[in-house]
Design a binder for this molecule. Sequence first.
Ligand SMILES: NC(=O)c1ccc[n+]([C@@H]2O[C@H](COP(=O)([O-])OP(=O)(O)OC[C@H]3O[C@@H](n4cnc5c(N)ncnc54)[C@H](OP(=O)(O)O)[C@@H]3O)[C@@H](O)[C@H]2O)c1
Length: 224
Amino acid sequence: MADDKTIMTVAVLGGTGKEGSGLAVRWAASGYNVVIGSRSAERAEQKADELNAVVGAAVISGAHNTDAAARADLVVLSVPYAAHSATLEAIGEQVQGKILVDVTVPLQPPQVSVVSLPQGQSAAMEAQTYLGDDVRVVAAFQNVSAEHLKDPDHIVECDVLVCGDDKAAKAEAIRLVEAAGMRGFDAGALRNAIAVESLTPVLIGLNLRYKGSGAGIRITGITP
Ligand SMILES: NC(=O)c1ccc[n+]([C@@H]2O[C@H](COP(=O)([O-])OP(=O)(O)OC[C@H]3O[C@@H](n4cnc5c(N)ncnc54)[C@H](OP(=O)(O)O)[C@@H]3O)[C@@H](O)[C@H]2O)c1
């Protein structure tokens, strides 16, 4: 259980991809042990080597998604929605008793700039339903473009809304947001992930219409 201790090892499933690798490199640079997860252990090890070169230390390892989830105190899920349920099936046992931070956005390609609610209303709620009550699911990072994350020295001028039904789990996730160089806000219940996940296609549409790649959100009027 990760209840009362500081999270030390974070697995990033889908960490070979754009969003997950950017988060992984930032967490490794800030002192977390990071395990990149992939459907292929070899691909994960290659990505880990690449990211270790960016960090300048051997603090990232690579493993199959299932092994990565087993090794971690906290598991981050960052895969395309089409791969969401298959990845949950692969790690269902290994994630029991842990926190799962879901970054997945339920986009429906090719209409990626139109809101689309999945059957379970949000990807994070589907994860919670599938994994059961012993896993504390938190939704976060859906509104931060990978463009901002890949260079750990780049200052990210975006905030992160963190949703979940367990306060301590949200606090751990907010620590991860801060470790990645952003401000994290407790955005309420896991059900609010419906709104947060739905903002991403809106941001993708803004990028398309205004010819950018880094549209994000900023909370004004309060400080975290
Ligand atoms: N990119 C962004 O700017 C951004 C921003 C906010 C949120 N998100 C969300 O974060 C999640 C990850 O986004 P991403 O851009 O990092 O995705 P991505 O690069 O396309 O894929 C991430 C990883 O998912 C794994 N994967 C597993 N099953 C797959 C399948 N059936 N098809 C393709 N890849 C599969 C792949 O790893 P292996 O092949 O190594 O298993 C891949 O490297 C998505 O839900 C996305 O909507 C992305």
